[in-house]
Design a protein around this ligand. Structure first.
Ligand SMILES: *Cc1c(COP(=O)(O)O)cnc(C)c1O
Length: 487
């Protein structure tokens, strides 16, 4: 009997599709018998429709910056322009192979080169590497640079890194992972580095300081020149954590403040979606004496184009395969070109304006321990809320109102901390709505505290046992639960 598809198979037989010329080999021969499964893996057997519904439903349980305000302090969850995504998806960028011949990827190398020049300008420093793939990774690379610098100078007794108690948590971790010991410097009652406490610690065992700029209270170190001068006078180096660059991008340059190393969080300040841990990019800028230690390869501009230069014998080596997270760099570049000088200055201006607007309104409802002009974020305290209501309760109740909670219980120097960063991409209505919700929650704490103790009630899950989740994560499909799980 003839079927509708007879002509298709006939065409195929006639050679429309080439005959497979790859010799068929048994899996045993290719992989070795020990690596070949005896039984097929037990994976759920589902139709395409079932899978589409599953993932669509999952996506609706999620909350992102495209749903509403996401005031997660220290994370700069700003709106990410869709143009960045279009540019990152151009096939010439998205499909480029990391091992492609240099001659075939001149455009991509040129983009990386231009981006590092732009970042050099923003930082006011001598050179930039784009290799690290997260802020914390940039910090680690920076600590390796500290190490190499002192090794080269024969000053191997410099084993301590100073860290203000207002530093981001990744800073002491990075210093410790690189093999330094960490000395904490207390903040004064204005929330900035206590200069006397700093000076007491400075000696020939100090490799340098790591400063979060502005610090995790959202406060700019007004004595920053004195801080960096004191560290330099003692022979140390100054590392600036620049993840909070949103508050001064285009307006001030870390290089002018005495930074020797400055890391950018490209995914934060220069807008790549970065919930859930990545991908990110932690570009690192350095002052002139540190340039020769930067990771290889460097991207060099020659008379005829761009090339990768591995010939830097004093380099700390590579800190990541290939050139880091290339498509995050593409997004950052697109963002910088969209905004230009004046656009970048508007980013920091509006980020700071929005934070101060919210701070001034909310400080009448929640205590503001460091009550002064803030930069891009500020830290309220949930201490003293009535009826045993805690900061955690406020955060969970925000979820019921359809708002992502701020960062809580960080920084540690504020009890019951609520760290709020609205970012520049929220409009007046959005800020007002958030403030009204925070005020409504404070009222509930007085009048109906059970609403806060029980929250969230509208979310797909209630309160999770966070300790259990962290200690016993379930990271794979639960086959052990028997056939019903796989059905
Ligand atoms: C986010 C952040 C970091 C860490 O950046 P990751 O990309 O998450 O590793 C470091 N410091 C500060 C101040 C930050 O806000």
């Amino acid at each position: 009997m003839r079927t509708l598809f007879d002509h298709v198979s006939r065409d195929a037989a006639d050679g429309v599709f080439p005959v497979c010329d790859v010799p068929s080999r048994k899996a045993d021969d290719v992989l070795g018998a020990g690596l070949v499964r005896a039984q097929a893996p037990r994976i759920p057997n589902l139709s395409e429709g079932d899978v589409a519904r599953h993932y669509t439903q999952l996506s609706k349980l999620n909350y992102g910056v495209d749903d509403g305000i996401y005031p997660l302090g220290s994370c700069t969850m700003k709106y990410n322009p869709k143009l960045n995504e279009d540019v990152a998806r151009l096939p010439g960028f998205a499909n480029v192979h990391p091992r492609a011949d240099e001659a075939l990827v001149q455009g991509s190398l040129g983009l990386l080169y231009d981006l590092s020049q732009l970042l050099r300008g923003i930082s006011g420093l001598a050179a930039v590497t784009l290799q690290p793939v997260a802020g914390a990774h940039g910090e680690l690379a920076g600590m390796f640079l500290f190490k190499r610098y002192f090794e080269e100078r024969g000053e191997t007794g410099r084993t301590r890194v100073l860290l203000p108690d207002s530093a981001h948590g990744t800073n002491p971790a990075s210093a410790a992972v690189a093999g330094f010991s960490v000395t904490e410097i207390r903040s004064n009652d204005r929330g900035t580095v206590d200069l006397d406490a700093l000076r007491t610690e400075l000696d020939s065992t100090v490799a340098g300081i790591m400063l979060t700029v502005p610090n995790t209270l959202g406060i700019f170190e007004e004595s920053i020149l004195e801080v960096t001068r004191a560290v330099h006078d003692a022979g140390g180096l100054c590392y600036f954590d620049g993840a909070n660059l949103n508050s001064f991008v285009g307006r001030a340059r870390p290089g002018d403040m005495g930074a020797d190393i400055f890391h950018f969080n490209l995914h934060k300040t220069l807008s790549t979606p970065h919930g859930g841990g990545g991908p990110g990019a932690g570009a690192v800028a350095v002052s002139r004496p540190l340039v020769e230690y930067l990771p290889v390869p460097w991207i060099e501009k020659t008379g005829s184009g761009y090339r990768l230069d591995w010939d830097h014998p004093k380099s700390i080596g590579s800190v990541h395969a290939f050139y880091g997270n290339f498509l995050v760099a593409v997004r950052a570049y697109a963002y910088l070109l969209q905004l230009g000088d004046s656009g970048l200055r508007a980013v920091s201006e509006n980020a700071v304006l929005n934070a101060n607007y919210l701070q001034e309104r909310l400080k009448t409802t929640y205590p503001l321990p460091y009550d002064r002009l803030c930069k891009h974020e500020f830290v309220l305290s949930g201490e003293g809320l009535p009826n045993g209501v805690s900061t955690l309760d406020v955060a969970k109740r925000l979820i019921d109102y359809g708002v992502h909670p701020p960062t809580v219980y960080f920084p540690l120097i504020v009890h019951e901390a609520l760290m709020i960063e609205p970012t520049e991409t929220e409009g007046r209505e959005s800020l007002d709505r958030f403030a009204e919700i925070m005020e409504a929650i404070a009222k509930e704490a007085r009048e109906h505290p059970e609403l806060l103790h029980d929250a969230p009630v509208n979310a797909p899950v209630r309160r999770l046992d966070q300790t259990h989740a962290a200690r016993h994560p379930v990271l794979s499909y639960p086959f052990d639960k028997g056939e019903s799980a796989a059905a």
